[in-house]
Write a protein that binds this ligand. Structure first.
Ligand SMILES: NC(=O)c1ccc[n+]([C@@H]2O[C@H](COP(=O)([O-])OP(=O)(O)OC[C@H]3O[C@@H](n4cnc5c(N)ncnc54)[C@H](OP(=O)(O)O)[C@@H]3O)[C@@H](O)[C@H]2O)c1
Length: 312
């Protein structure tokens, strides 16, 4: 019998599978097959976003999967995200409905505010500022959040959360919300462990999902930062007869309870490899050695793509 997928419990009592499939830069023509391979491998958690530009193909894959009867809609945890250009409260419902239509779904398990950054909507004439970045729109997070809460009331989304939120932003949001954010999706990997933020979230009952858990693999920002060739990760992988990717994934939900992790691949063998992490455990020495790798390195540098030092 297959090992049951470890689950985390959200504040509401809902269960989220600890390992899911990421879909950022999963190209059209590949993402659907990636989802199908993942379902066959046992994944039940999928991380999507409107801005990834591939939700239609994801929706076609889900429709085929449900039709085949392999799994039912209620067996899956499907997350999507509100893009920056849709923060104005009057735009939130339409953005969510567009995602649902593309995905051919009647509800999402989780809808996240993708970034704590509002951009002017794409249909406005003045799009860029003098530096060439998309213009910032002055929408309070609390106003966007209230519109997210209405999506729950309408039954379009079961849970709501945020992504890329710092302690200060979460603290502020917790003072004004009616429904508390249940998840904060953040960059986390051995080179950016975010202990303070995760510990704060845990105290508030906010689950953390780790994105870019494999540090996107390879050269990032021109630096040869690669968790897959890290000697410490390599040594631990050898000890457990696992791959470096499996060590980096397992570490996420073993180092603390209430963390899920969403490695991305569209290649069948890697999709399978990344899910094959439930039949071993890291020991205290492994955890100590991985902890020492933390260097606050970020893959996602919003100063580069939004012109804003979001994490300053
Ligand atoms: N909320 C946010 O702002 C945010 C930001 C970034 C990411 N995310 C989410 O988190 C997901 C994961 O993060 P990510 O895509 O940035 O990076 P990642 O999962 O750290 O790395 C993905 C890269 O690793 C390769 N890869 C995957 N498994 C591998 C394996 N076993 N061996 C060797 N290479 C492997 C993939 O290539 P192939 O596909 O060619 O296999 C891809 O190039 C995203 O897809 C997205 O869903 C969210």
């Amino acid at each position: 019998m297959a090992t049951p997928i470890p689950m985390s419990t959200l504040k509401s009592g809902a269960k989220i599978p600890c390992v899911g499939l990421g879909t950022w830069e999963a190209p059209k023509g590949e993402v659907g097959n990636g989802i199908k391979s993942a379902i066959e491998a046992g994944y039940r958690h999928f991380d999507l976003a409107a801005v990834y530009g591939n939700e239609k193909e994801c929706g076609e894959a889900f429709a085929e999967i449900f039709k085949s009867g392999i799994v039912k809609r209620e067996d899956l945890w499907i997350t999507s995200k509100l893009w920056n250009s849709e923060h104005r409260p009057e735009r939130v419902l339409a953005a969510c409905q567009k995602t649902l239509a593309d995905l051919q779904l009647t509800y999402l398990d989780l809808y996240l505010i993708h970034w704590p950054v509002a951009h002017v909507p794409k249909d406005e004439p003045e799009q860029t500022d003098s530096r060439g970045f998309t213009k910032i729109d002055h929408v309070p997070i609390a106003a966007t959040w209230a519109a997210m809460e209405e999506l729950v009331a309408k039954g379009l989304v079961k849970h709501i959360g945020v992504s890329n939120f710092t302690v200060a932003l979460l603290n502020d949001l917790l003072n004004s919300c009616k429904i508390q954010p249940e998840v904060n999706q953040i960059e986390m990997h051995p080179y950016n462990q975010q202990w303070d933020l995760v510990e704060y979230c845990q105290r508030q009952g906010i689950h953390c999902t780790a994105y870019s858990p494999l540090v996107r693999v390879g050269t990032v920002h021109g630096l040869p930062v690669n968790v897959m060739t890290d000697p410490v990760i390599g040594k631990i992988a050898e000890k457990h007869k696992k791959t470096p990717a499996q060590i980096a994934i397992r570490w996420q939900f073993q180092r603390m309870p209430n963390i899920s992790v969403i490695p991305k691949s569209t290649k069948k063998e890697r999709v399978i490899e990344n899910f094959n992490v439930f039949d071993f455990a890291l020991d205290d020495e492994d955890l100590k050695e991985i902890r020492a790798l933390d260097r606050g390195f970020r893959v996602c540098q919003p100063i580069d793509f939004f012109g804003l030092p979001v994490f300053a």
